[in-house]
Design a protein around this ligand. Structure first.
Ligand SMILES: [Zn+2]
Length: 103
């Protein structure tokens, strides 16, 4: 499984995490909040990842990247999801360089 989100505490790097709660963001749909079991730090699912800085809904990005990983071509993916080619290539480049979880 690909990794799309951070699964360790940004403060102490512990992987003992609890899901704190879900919340809705303006542009990204539902997000999970995690709470570190070691130091109590609360952080969002996408904190520190490129997703934090994107304007498309997280669900769309996940679908797009999944479609690409299933072999759908760049141009076809752009048509299906109404995404600019540069945007898609940008996601893929960032996706390849960060630790992400598509689950
Ligand atoms: Zn921690």
């Amino acid at each position: 499984m690909n990794k799309l989100t951070q699964r360790s505490c940004p403060r102490c790097d512990s992987q003992t995490l609890e899901v704190n709660r879900c919340y809705e963001t303006q542009h990204h749909g539902d997000r999970k909040l995690y709470r570190c079991g070691a130091c109590g730090e609360v952080f969002s699912q996408t904190r520190g990842t490129f997703l934090e800085r994107l304007s498309k809904p997280l669900s769309t990005i996940v679908q797009v990247l999944k479609a690409r990983s299933e072999g759908l071509g760049v141009n076809a993916t752009c048509r299906v999801f109404d995404v600019a080619k540069n945007t898609l290539l940008n996601w893929e480049r960032r996706h390849g360089s960060e630790t992400l979880d598509l689950g």
